[in-house]
Design a binder for this molecule. Structure first.
Ligand SMILES: [Zn+2]
Length: 146
């Protein structure tokens, strides 16, 4: 995991702390008028986010555990806040698959993880990027299996 990636996540967490005063995805969705709903999705897809007209949507795989849904909601909020969906690249619609191969996907996962466990942002940059990679893998194996 790259240092630059940690910086992006750091900046985004600072932004949501300042802007929303909460790291709870359901509260953020409410403030942003994001329609967030558990939905029957293929097993490889944990969640989907997209913008249709003026409305933002997050669909979360209803087969996930509560912890998995919480994480996935945060992951998708990261995409929406950073406008990862606003380009014409519809690939982003199906990003939250279990195979996390792009930097943006790793960023979104790390964001979700840190928000869930309420890490202080200064801890994020003190600890080595490899540590977060290991922590994320543990989390995925435990909670993101359908
Ligand atoms: Zn994603």
């Amino acid at each position: 995991m790259k240092r630059e990636l940690l910086n992006n996540v750091f900046n985004c967490i600072e932004y949501i702390d300042r802007e929303y005063g909460t790291r709870n995805p359901y509260k953020i969705a409410k403030i942003e008028n994001i329609i967030l709903s558990p939905t029957k999705l293929p097993a490889c897809t944990l969640g989907i986010s997209f913008v249709h007209g003026d409305t933002k949507f997050i669909l979360v795989n209803s087969k996930l555990s509560e912890t998995g849904r919480h994480f996935t909601s945060l992951h998708e909020i990261y995409h929406l806040i950073n406008n990862h969906n606003s380009s014409n690249n519809t690939l982003f619609l199906l990003t939250n698959c279990r195979v996390k191969n792009t930097e943006i996907e790793k960023e979104a996962d790390l964001f979700a993880f840190l928000c869930m466990f309420d890490y202080e942002t200064d801890e994020l940059l003190k600890i080595s990027p490899d540590y977060w990679e290991v922590k994320l893998d543990e989390f995925r194996r435990k909670y993101l299996i359908i």
